[in-house]
Design a protein around this ligand. Structure first.
Ligand SMILES: [Zn+2]
Length: 278
């Protein structure tokens, strides 16, 4: 798969660590591609213009609840990575990764939960504006409800977007057992059949050991990813990383500390390579 990362946010370490991890893993095929930051006009397709200007200039708080200029500077790159990955996926009929997080709680004029701008919706709307898609599907398997994505879709009346967010329906392990989660997922995947592009927000914060998780075992997350990749086949798809908050307190380097999360994203990429070897 291709990954758009070269000029990614300097303020966030996870994308860089994930991409380094994948590049060093012989079980993962990964080609790195460059990209440009999103323009103001592109950000404003999904968001209120005053909100975009306010967050970028520091007048308004970002989704982290501060007005740190380093975060503001990184935000057009997060959305730019998703836009570039989407266009590449469509033009090459491939599964592509945008190693980004922090989208789905951001609405038209608000940020929350580490999400300032909604790169998922921005990318979908840019693809539509370019005439590259008729329909887009979002499969959001982050542990949390994608309330910002829902709000943007509602606000702009985006009937051409199919949005399935597991966080709206699954809040405990009990909710997921007896095949309930996989039945929901298989239906969500089936609902993507008419889409020209699928955005797969592949959070790993539903893991049983995650601070915010408690839902899925490692093997169940593998089953999730395998189902998505097998059933979507060569449909243009963009994976984004989304949430994952486990840390190894014993780790001495950033990669060692983040290893529990890196291992779960590594599993996603390995499954893709196993199913679609180069
Ligand atoms: Zn989450």
């Amino acid at each position: 798969m291709s990954a758009f990362t070269e000029s990614f946010s300097p303020s966030s370490s996870k994308p860089r660590l994930v991409v380094q991890d994948w590049q060093n893993d012989p079980q993962i095929n990964c080609e790195i591609c460059s990209f440009s930051p999103a323009t103001f006009q592109q950000l404003k397709l999904a968001h209120d213009g005053d909100y975009v200007d306010g967050v970028l200039s520091g007048r308004y708080d970002n989704g982290f609840g501060n007005n740190d200029p380093a975060i503001a500077e990184s935000l057009p790159f997060v959305a730019g990575s998703m836009i570039a990955a989407s266009e590449y996926a469509i033009r090459n009929r491939e599964v592509v990764c945008s190693p980004s997080s922090g989208s789905h709680h951001a609405g038209t004029d608000f940020g929350a939960g580490y999400c300032s701008f909604n790169a998922l919706l921005i990318a979908a709307m840019v693809m539509k504006q370019k005439g590259l898609v008729e329909r887009v599907a979002l499969i959001d398997v982050d542990r949390h409800w994608a309330d910002g994505s829902d709000q943007i879709i509602r606000h702009h009346g985006l009937k051409w977007i199919v949005h399935r967010s597991q966080g709206k329906f699954f809040n405990s392990r009990q909710d997921c057992i007896n095949g309930r989660y996989m039945r929901w997922l298989n239906k969500a995947i089936a609902d993507c059949s008419g889409a020209d592009l699928v955005l797969f927000n592949a959070g790993v914060d539903g893991h049983i050991n995650d601070l915010l998780g408690g839902l899925h075992t490692t093997e169940e997350l593998a089953e999730r990813d395998r189902a998505v990749f097998e059933k979507l086949g060569h449909k243009p798809t963009v994976i984004s990383l989304a949430g994952g908050y486990q840390l190894d307190a014993e780790g001495t380097t950033p990669a060692e500390r983040l290893e529990p999360v890196l291992a779960l994203h590594r599993q996603t990429a390995r499954i893709h390579t196993q199913l679609f070897p180069a």
